[in-house]
Design a protein around this ligand. Structure first.
Ligand SMILES: [Zn+2]
Length: 341
């Protein structure tokens, strides 16, 4: 069992009274673990217990909102040194529910600063950008993971995980499995990283520019036959107990890829990466006409890679009410991005 699996395994049994701690000797490959969390004081005692990683093998970084603003940002400098100097082997970006950074808007923030006697005129012009205010704890973690993954300061041998901890119960929700992301990324690491560092400054990751949309060779991608919806009958037969999908909350089993169709050629992956904004969530309509999701971009990418959705699949970006075909996603994201500014 690798470190991340052991953490989640232990977290399943976690409760405040009887906490379990991993035996460091069993996880030499993964420890010390470097974790980035929010500064929220409610996490002080909760996080070490929820992760079950012994204090001596736990490097803890914190900032307001566990925000990473770019692949060369100050937090990344610390993450990089935590690995290079302090020997950190795996990185976990751990968001939490009920985050005050998420709950604070720019107007409210201005009010709070005003109460401290700080004038608006002396503050950065773009407060949202400067303070990294975000609207979704999950998307904030995904964005941070992507910045770390894209950073030239973090080597390809360090898995970068993303998770959310429930501040009331200590339960963990896995958002990015860094082991999987590593194996997908390895074949196209250089392309993705080059694209990542170039797209970071805009905030929206891997968003194709208007000029590049014609160069997205989706038509060249060979999609296997097994698609979401069409394959569900097989999955239901296999799992027996799988409940019907709903538009809001997917059954956890649906967000994992239950069957193993032939993979898309590795050289197609960078192009797909460029099509998807990694900071967003998506819904799709399966071959059975049912809605699946919302799922994080990493899951959408896996579905594409596994051939479970294709260029003609209907996709909806969180934050938009419009449904578009997957091959039009780049333009849809571009419109959304433009509207946001
Ligand atoms: Zn917080």
């Amino acid at each position: 069992m690798r470190l991340l699996d052991a953490i989640f395994d232990s977290n399943q049994r976690f409760n405040q009274a009887a906490k379990s701690t991993l035996a460091p000797g069993d996880f030499e490959e993964g420890l010390p673990l470097v974790a980035l969390t929010c500064i929220d004081a409610r996490l002080n005692r909760l996080v070490p217990d929820a992760l079950g990683v012994p204090e001596s093998h736990f490097i803890w970084l914190r900032n307001a909102g566990n925000i990473i603003t770019g692949p060369m940002s100050s937090t990344l400098r610390s993450l990089a040194l935590a690995c290079a100097v302090k020997g950190g082997r795996e990185i976990l970006i751990l968001g939490h529910t009920d985050c005050l950074v998420r709950k604070t808007g720019t107007l409210e923030l201005l009010g709070k600063f005003a109460a401290l006697g700080i004038e608006r005129a002396r503050m950065p012009e773009n407060l949202q950008e400067y303070f990294g205010l975000f609207a979704s704890e999950r998307q904030n973690v995904l964005k941070a993971v992507e910045h770390v993954r894209a950073s030239p300061l973090i080597g390809p041998r360090v898995p970068v995980h993303g998770a959310l901890v429930d501040i009331a119960t200590g339960r963990l929700e896995l958002l990015v499995n860094g082991y999987q992301a590593l194996s997908v990324a390895t074949s196209s690491a250089s392309a993705v990283m080059a694209k990542g560092s170039e797209a970071i400054s805009g905030g929206a990751l891997a968003l194709p520019s208007p000029e590049s949309k014609n160069s997205l060779p989706l038509a060249e991608i060979k999609f296997p036959q097994f698609k979401i919806g069409e394959g569900m009958a097989r999955v239901e037969a296999t799992l027996g107990e799988m409940s019907a999908p709903t538009a809001d909350k997917p059954h956890p089993a649906q967000t994992t890829s239950p069957a193993k169709p032939p993979p898309v050629p590795a050289d197609a992956i960078p192009n797909l990466k460029r099509l998807v904004d990694l900071a967003r969530h998506y819904r799709i309509i399966g071959g059975d006409g049912k809605h699946y999701g919302p799922v994080p971009a990493t899951v959408l990418l896996r579905w594409i890679t596994d051939g479970r959705i294709d260029a003609e699949t209907s996709v909806q970006v969180d934050g938009s009410s419009a449904w578009v075909k997957l091959h039009q996603l780049g333009e849809a994201l571009h419109r959304l991005g433009a509207r946001r500014k």
